[in-house]
Design a protein around this ligand. Sequence first.
Ligand SMILES: [Zn+2]
Length: 396
Amino acid sequence: MMSLPFKKGVQKSKSLLAILEGSHDPKDEQIVDSFRQLLFFEGQLLGKNSDYHTLLRFLRMRDYDLTIAKNMYLNYLKWREEFHVDEISEELNFEEFNEVKRCYPHGFHGVDRYGRPVYIERIGRVNQNRLLEVTTSERFVKYHVSEQEKTMNWRYPACSLAAKKHIASTVSILDVKDVGMSNFSKPARHLFLEILKIDSHYYPETLHRLFIINAGSGFKVLWKAIRAFLDQRTLAKIQVLGSNYTKTLLEVIDPSNLPTFLGGDCTCSDYGGCLFSDKGPWNDPSITIILQAMIEAEKENGDEEKNGFAPTDAFGGITPDIVHIKDVYDATPSRDDTFGQPFLQKILTLQSVVDDTKAKIQALEAALKETKSVIEGLGQPMEELKKQIIVSKRRS
Ligand SMILES: [Zn+2]
């Protein structure tokens, strides 16, 4: 019934969308098109997990072999449905989060020098008995999947907006100090292999580089076993380092984004340590407010298309419509029910939407004030957003 003005403004900001989408290589584009046709002729409906970058990841993973990539991709869709991935992301209430973090130190922490998220795991410090006391394997796998989804749908887009370029992969650091075969009981081994399988089969090509650090003789035995589960493309991205790893990490990551325990400057003392903070552009209000507006705009667009009235002005003329004229007429009392129930209902509904709009605009304004430097960096798209807010303020 109503269109939030700044959402339309976001839709018109082509450059923001272009940042998220990144540039397409014409050769890749061609093969993705062929892939789409193949899937279409197989009767596969191409829905929300069939965007260009997802399809390309499955193609790359299998060296552009259409048939093998198709099988992997169809398996992925089947898994999403059977494992209820969308529901997990929305519904999982992982109350044991802090407990799990304590006995399994891991987390995202800042970005590398290019702008990719950095993920750190101190696997030698995993207390596996405690881990399976505070949670179950099943819940832990669900938590892992929800984090993967968050990375795909939230962390990568946020990093892209912050770095002003398309970002869709992670730099990982795996600290294997004190790791050996004896660290892993059968249930723990099973759990980690399950996670390895999910990552490699269903989230392919999201690893940019993996630094394994503090690799000792104990780990090397385990590494032989793990290698067997990894494909050549993944192995090529992995660098195994001993205890002299700091210089290599600092080449890739600024000290401000590297915890002190890895040779950087960061302690995140306000958050109880770096692995608890989840610091990064995905938690920066100046970035997330824009991202949220873009996601809502996209969702609204999808809903409108589903309802059969796709907006024709998404990238068209300047029509910052706050209330469609029809809605105003609908809210006008007819002679029969002046101040009757339906009219009051409509006014109340309208009022609540207006209040919601105002609250969102106020939140956006507050974020804009706080983050002038970021706004200047983002340039033109933010100017458009501000114009939309000014127009909407005049009207309210
Ligand atoms: Zn930190």
